[in-house]
Write a new protein. Structure first.
Length: 328
């Protein structure tokens, strides 16, 4: 990413043109900037819940059918990339899945003819996973990204409406959505390819563009890994904060709105997503205020290869510094 591409003189939808490339191989596109959401879902979902998840993902793809090129087919760890018009639907896959099976899927806008389209960051992507890796068993995540132009061209508050629909339907444990870095759906392929440092300059400079990838390791659902313009917080976390009224008191002086959903509250920090610019001393104030209110349930360090500079050996310090970027 060139330094000029970090300029905040651009409008939000002009960020769609930003491309992040492998510093070792500039021909390889490894990231973009877009509207991103990552939400962590309840443990051990029953079949009706999985069917609702599958229907939500199918509807998301249908809404953007002109952009999506492929989706996966299969169950468990045996997923196969298929052209969009030949692959089955995820809601139907949920009906066929056994109660204890791994339920996962991906879809994207990168060219289906590419040898590995899931390793190319598309402007439109969605993925979900329920596996036995996180604790409690069966918990998982849903992640999506869309271009800024979609928000511009869609009547009404498009991202807010989408996230409220997601929360009402799926009751996430926690999650967030706003400006973020876009990785391939097979995001592990990016940082396994010698690309450490590719995202570092932008992640350090622009704190409001979230660089946190989905987390799937034991214990990572016990606290919130990040926050954004829209942040979902479920009742168990709100209780640890002293209840909804206590959080509201912390936020009453700021530009916040809240939207209850079954089992939690979605908080909106300001009227629009903010990137900020650390080099200009601009840390998004609403995000700082929200961080102070949620700090007791926020993770103090998140293992995240996308915030490493590729030089420092003190990776733990870099993980912690990024997780606490709104403390200042």
């Amino acid at each position: 990413m060139a330094e000029s591409e970090l300029s905040l003189d651009r409008t939000l939808d002009q960020f769609d043109a930003v491309e992040i490339r492998n510093p070792q191989n500039p021909e390889q596109l490894v990231g973009r900037v877009g509207l991103v959401g990552t939400f962590y879902l309840p443990a051990s979902p029953d079949r009706p819940y999985r069917e609702r998840l599958g229907a939500f993902v199918d509807g998301f793809i249908d809404q953007h059918a002109g952009a999506f090129q492929w989706r996966t087919e299969g169950v468990g760890d045996k997923l196969y990339v298929r052209p969009l018009d030949t692959a089955g639907r995820f809601e139907e896959a949920a009906r066929r899945l056994g109660a204890d099976g791994v339920f996962a899927g991906m879809a994207g806008s990168s060219p289906a003819a590419h040898d590995y389209p899931e390793s190319v960051p598309g402007t439109h992507q969605i993925q979900f996973l329920f596996s036995g890796i996180p604790q409690p068993p069966g918990a998982g995540y849903l992640r999506f990204n869309l271009p800024f132009a979609w928000e511009r061209d869609t009547p009404g508050p498009a991202l807010l409406s989408l996230v409220r629909e997601l929360c009402d339907l799926l009751s996430p444990l926690h999650g967030s959505s706003g400006m973020g870095f876009v990785y391939p759906t097979a995001f592990a392929d990016v940082y396994d390819a010698g690309t450490e440092g590719a995202f570092y300059a932008a992640a350090r400079r622009l704190p409001g563009i979230d660089a946190t990838p989905p987390l799937t390791r034991e214990g990572e659902l016990a606290a919130l890994p990040t926050l954004n313009w829209l942040t979902a917080v479920s009742d168990p976390f709100l209780e640890r904060l002293g209840g909804i009224a206590a959080v509201d008191r912390m936020l009453e002086a700021g530009p916040f709105r809240s939207y209850p959903y079954p089992g939690g509250v979605l908080y909106q920090a300001g009227s629009a997503p903010l990137a900020g610019d650390r080099d200009q001393g601009k840390i998004p104030l609403p995000y700082q205020q929200l961080y102070r209110a949620l700090k007791p349930v926020m993770m103090t360090s998140v293992e995240n290869p996308f915030v490493l500079d590729g030089v420092s050996e003190d990776e733990e310090a870099m993980y912690a510094a990024y997780a606490r970027r709104f403390e200042e």
